[in-house]
Design a protein around this ligand. Structure first.
Ligand SMILES: [Cu+2]
Length: 476
């Protein structure tokens, strides 16, 4: 408990320190500041170069927030407005996206929505009202395209935890764990879906180009450390520990298991689920969050990490150490069972939508040495196309129809959607802002837009998003 608290205090004092520093040096307001700086901000993020010591004699040079990656944990109160200062110490304009929050387009941090940029070597101040409560995060939204040193390939991400107005608080210790991969490289190797029931890729059609570039990684971390480096998580027998997991990957969908333990999943993407369930393995598409309580009733030294042996050996894991226990951390291969969002949902009937919107995902192979292109309803994103209009307060059913063999973690900005059908199984009550749609499968989700303005829908896999997998809505 002390461990986590100390780290939190350290991180928030760091954020505060940066805030004081920022107001102390009295930078002039950049042209697109919406409010002139006066007095310290409630939240300060300084975008700049960072060195991340991920393992012994292994340092990553990247860009992060407030001198670290992950950046500081940002704790906000639901409905209580805060002033945010963003400073950009890099040579390129940046976008800071408040993922999963219902905020106006100006501060949402997406170029397609015409949000404000943080100018290179400049700053931006605005106010935002945090909502809804739960585990959110903040990350860069620039499009790196082929440059693997930019965008979400960097260390620009941080947890945002929005305290609910009333907190159930039934846990003894709270831990925030973010996964991220480093040293990306281009590869021709495609990631196979190993799951039972996964639809196999059909043989290539005549005249079809082969698959284009995919991304691989050398190193894998949780909270910026490879497995075996950095402090273990320290727990005591009998504790209930609330874990907040975030997949802060640019491109990877991951699974996590905790040897000797089970996860009681209580919230998905920060939203409490109707029916918390015990599972052995968590699955998180890029940008997904899972909150899970673990009862510490198996004293020892264990590994929490990915079931993929290669990735775990390259760092994707963290040691969990019970008080007064020593020894080599143990790993136990978990049972393989497909992740099923519907086990956390209700069986009740959902209201009929007023309109159904089909969103068919397609892929055009890029060929050897090229980039695949991605389409929604047959078209790659075109910034000159008129956005599709949605009416505020109207219930829409979005049909995510994945006509490709890749899994897609699709994300809708400035809204949550309710899962209503997953791979043919009806469900209700599971609210999310990202959902992972497996190859050649369909998920339906209902959304009732409440906020005016441009609203971006896209695949959160960076390479897919950059090469066409986006669609712009306009809520009126
Ligand atoms: Cu995708």
């Amino acid at each position: 408990m002390d461990e986590a608290k100390t780290r939190r205090d350290f991180l928030s004092s760091m954020a505060l320190g940066a805030g004081l520093l920022a107001s102390g040096c009295n930078r002039s307001a950049a042209p697109n500041s919406v409010e002139p700086p006066s007095g310290p901000a409630d939240v300060t993020l300084r975008i700049g170069p960072v060195l991340v010591d991920i393992a012994k004699d292994h340092t990553i040079s990247t860009v992060g927030y407030n001198g670290a990656s992950p950046g500081p944990l940002i704790r906000l109160k639901e409905g209580v407005p805060v002033t945010v200062d963003l400073f950009n110490d890099t040579d390129t304009p940046e976008l800071v996206h408040w993922h999963g929050q219902f905020v106006p387009v100006s501060v949402d941090g997406a170029a397609e929505e015409k949000s404000l940029f943080v100018p290179a070597h400049g700053n931006l101040r605005y106010r935002l009202t945090p909502q809804p409560s739960g585990a959110r995060f903040v990350h860069t939204h620039v499009m790196p395209m082929s440059d693997l040193n930019r965008g979400t390939y960097t260390g620009q991400f941080a947890f945002v935890y929005i305290e609910p107005k009333t907190n159930p608080g039934q846990y003894d210790q709270e831990l925030f764990l973010a996964t991220h991969e480093w040293e990306p490289f281009y590869t021709t190797e495609e990631e196979e879906e190993e799951e039972e029931g996964a639809v196999k890729k059909p043989p290539p059609q005549k005249d079809e180009k082969p698959n284009g570039w995919e991304i691989g990684y050398q190193r894998f971390t949780i909270n910026g450390k490879c497995l075996g480096f950095g402090d273990p998580l320290r727990v005591k027998e009998g504790q209930r520990v609330l874990f907040h997991f975030l997949n802060a990957s640019a491109t990877e969908n991951i699974q996590l298991a905790f040897a000797g333990h089970q996860f009681q999943v209580v919230a998905l993407d920060g939203n409490p689920v109707p029916h918390p369930q015990l599972v052995d393995v968590l699955e998180l598409g890029t940008a997904e969050r899972i909150d899970a309580v673990v009862e510490m009733k198996n004293a020892g030294v264990w590994i929490l990490g990915t079931p993929k042996d290669d990735d775990r050996m390259n760092g994707m894991g963290i040691v969990v150490e019970y008080a007064n226990k020593t020894g080599t951390p143990r790993w136990v291969k978990p049972q393989r069972k497909p992740w099923d969002y519907t086990i956390f949902g209700d069986s009740r009937q959902v209201p009929n939508p007023e309109e159904v919107i089909q969103l068919a995902f397609g892929k055009i192979n890029g060929g050897t040495g090229g980039f695949n292109r991605w389409t929604v309803n047959g078209k790659s994103y075109d910034d000159k196309a008129e956005p599709r209009t949605l009416q505020k307060g109207r219930r829409y059913r979005l049909v995510f129809d994945n006509q490709t063999d890749d899994a897609h973690p699709v994300h809708l900005h400035r809204n949550s959607f309710e899962l209503t059908n997953v791979y043919g199984k009806p469900t209700a009550g599971v609210l999310k802002d990202v959902v992972l749609v497996k190859g050649f499968k369909k998920i339906e989700a209902d959304v009732t837009p409440a906020l005016d303005g441009l609203t971006l829908f896209h695949c959160h896999q960076q390479l897919h998003m950059d090469y066409g997998f986006k669609l712009l809505f306009n809520v009126v």
